[in-house]
Write a protein that binds this ligand. Sequence first.
Ligand code: PL3
Ligand code: FE2
Ligand code: FE2
Length: 265
Amino acid sequence: MIYSTKNDFLLYYLSDRFLENIVMTTLASPEVNILDESAFSSTDLPDFTTAEYKDAYSRINAIVIEGEKEAYDNYISLGSLIPDSAAELKRLAVMEKKHMQGFTACGRNLGVTPDMPFAKKFFSRLHGNFQEAFTKGNLTTCLLIQAILIEAFAISAYNVYIRVADPFAKKITEGVVKDEYLHLNYGQEWLKANLDNCKDELIKANKENLPLIKSMLDEVAKDAETLQMDKEELMEEFMIAYQDSLVEMGLDNRQIARMALAAVI
Ligand code: PL3
Ligand code: FE2
Ligand code: FE2
């Protein structure tokens, strides 16, 4: 098959698999009328009041609160590395603080106490790598970690969560995810403008940090499942946001494929 768009083969793979899934589901369920939209909309939300749901939520909610808090700190740090953008980065940081408050309210609304020590540990390796890069003034690495990898992770998680969230959290998350695209876009545009000078560092930083995102996803998968968030769906959403931003930066298909493969080898 000849592809004429600039999307790389991973996207074709994902799209084909997506279509294949729909076909398989339809074949396996002859009673499903494919013209009936309700067959595809998720009407079966989880029971948000069970002890099992709340237990999983105490870790997931903490991860999100901690992630937003660290994102605030990271954008403030980035402001000191890019003084010309300090005001804009401060604005992004302030959005992160609002996200943190929003997700804190989501936990409170369900009567859940977030397990913050768990979340701190969850982020510790990535946080350590960001801190080390910041201390050395490695701006490209800092941007890749926060504005590309963490934001793509957040975008994937929030897009999937919106489909299965309680009505209060759904509304909050819908507002948050719009901001996360702006954050990803900031990093993407800086890296695009400086690609000739930062490509080697970008590839190296990706090799060291993309595997961390993959193991974080593995670690959270079981709790996410309790919230009816599917791991494959999370991975697909992540790859779409991640590879789209690499395409926009101006990397070619081979470079993108090599970078994405750092997650599995
Ligand atoms: C940057 O703006 C925010 C960074 C947060 C990263 C969150 C990753 C969360 C993965 C866990 C699965 C998510 C469930 C979402 C529930 C709100
Ligand atoms: Fe955020
Ligand atoms: Fe963000």
